[in-house]
Design a protein. Structure first.
Length: 329
C-alpha cells in the first residue's frame, strides 16, 4: 500500500548506482511504505557501455525475483519511445511511438522486469512522425491487452496530451491519466527546454489540464540535481533570472522556520501542491531517501506555504502602492 506521495527513481540503477546499493534503496523505500518505482527502457544509455540502456529495468527485475511476493507490493512505472536505435546518435535516432515499435519496446521492458504487466506505461517523449490518433490508439491498446494498468505521457506539449485524451475518451477507450515532466520550486526562463526536452518542463497549461481533467502529475528532477542543498552543485543556467533570487530567499526563510533543508521544503511543497504532484526522487544514498520520505510526509504550515506561493516564479510581484496613477485620457 502506498503511504507516501513519492516515487523512487531508478534511472541510475545498474550504471552509476551499483546493484547492491540499488537493492538497499528499494528495500528501504518499500519498508517505509513507498510503492511507486519509476524507470524507462532507455535508462541509462548515456552511462552504459552499450549505449542503449535497459540496465535499470534489469536490476529491478533481479530485485523483484529475489523478493518473493514483492511484485504485489510495488507499482512499476516505465517509459518507451526514447531508446536509441543507433548508439551515439540520440535523439535523431530513437525508437519512437509507432505501434509496432511501442509494442516491441514494452514487451522488452516486461522481459527485463520479469513481470507480465506494468502499473503505468508512459510515452517518454514526442514523436511527431506518428499521428496523435495512432499514438492514442497504441497506448489504449496496451491497456486493452492487459500490459499496462494505466497510461501516461511525458515531455509532450499540453495540447497533444489533451488531443490524445479526447481521442481515447471519444472511442470509449482508456485515456492518458498521468503527466510526467521536470518540475520544481524554481522555474526556468520561458522558452528554455527543460531537462534536455523541448517540452520537458511542466507549464501552467499542463497544470490546468491536470486540474480540469483529473490527471496525476509526476515531477522528475524536483531537487535540481541536489543544487538546493549541495554548495558544490550550481543551479543550472536556465534558472538564472530575477525570479530565482526571490524564490530562493523565500525558500531560505521557510527552511529556517520549519527546520528542514531547502530541498526538503521543496519536496514538501510539491507533495502538498494543488493540483497534486508526485515527486520522483533519484538519489543514490540511504540518507537522501530518508530525508525525502520525511519531507513528503511533512505538511507545511499555512503561513509557510503562503510565503512560498506569494513569490511569482518568473516576474516581480507588483507593489500596487507604487503603481503610478494612469495618465488622464
Amino acid at each position: 500500500m502506498d503511504t507516501m506521495n513519492l516515487a523512487l527513481g531508478a534511472m541510475k540503477f545498474g550504471t552509476t548506482v551499483d546493484e547492491r546499493t540499488a537493492f538497499g534503496l528499494l528495500d528501504q523505500f518499500v519498508d517505509a511504505g513507498g510503492s511507486w518505482i519509476d524507470t524507462a527502457d532507455c535508462y541509462a544509455f548515456w552511462d552504459s557501455d552499450t549505449g542503449y540502456g535497459g540496465q535499470s529495468e534489469e536490476v529491478l527485475g533481479r530485485w523483484l525475483a529475489a523478493r518473493p511476493g514483492m511484485r504485489d507490493r510495488v507499482r512499476i512505472s516505465t517509459k518507451f519511445g526514447a531508446e536509441p536505435v543507433v548508439a551515439g546518435r540520440w535523439p535523431a535516432s530513437r525508437t519512437g511511438l509507432g505501434a509496432a515499435e511501442v509494442r516491441a519496446q514494452l514487451e522488452g521492458s516486461l522481459r527485463r522486469l520479469g513481470t507480465d504487466r506494468v502499473d503505468l506505461a508512459w510515452a517518454h517523449m514526442e514523436d511527431r512522425t506518428v499521428s496523435l490518433e495512432d499514438v492514442s490508439d497504441t497506448l489504449s491498446g496496451l491497456h486493452d491487452d492487459g500490459l499496462a494498468a494505466r497510461l501516461g505521457m511525458s515531455n509532450h506539449a499540453a495540447w497533444r496530451v489533451a488531443t490524445a485524451r479526447a481521442r481515447a475518451l471519444g472511442e470509449g477507450r482508456e485515456p492518458v491519466s498521468a503527466l510526467q515532466y521536470s518540475y520544481s520550486y524554481l522555474h526556468p526562463r520561458p522558452g528554455t527546454a527543460g531537462a534536455g526536452h523541448r517540452f520537458g518542463f511542466l507549464t501552467d497549461e499542463h497544470l490546468d489540464l491536470a486540474a480540469t481533467g483529473g490527471l496525476e502529475i509526476w515531477a522528475y528532477s524536483p531537487l535540481l540535481g541536489g543544487a538546493y542543498d549541495n554548495p558544490t552543485k550550481e543551479i543550472s543556467e536556465e534558472f538564472d533570472h530575477p525570479g530565482t533570487s526571490r524564490r530562493l530567499a523565500a525558500l531560505d526563510d521557510v527552511s529556517d522556520a520549519v527546520g528542514l533543508t531547502q530541498g526538503q521544503v521543496v519536496l514538501a511543497w510539491l507533495a502538498g501542491h494543488e493540483p497534486a504532484v508526485r515527486p520522483i526522487l533519484g538519489g543514490s544514498k540511504p540518507e537522501q531517501l530518508a530525508a525525502a520520505m520525511t519531507a513528503v510526509r511533512t505538511v507545511l504550515p499555512d503561513d509557510a506555504r503562503a510565503r512560498l506561493d506569494a513569490v511569482e516564479p518568473l516576474t516581480p510581484t507588483v507593489d500596487e502602492d507604487r503603481v503610478p496613477d494612469p495618465e488622464p485620457a
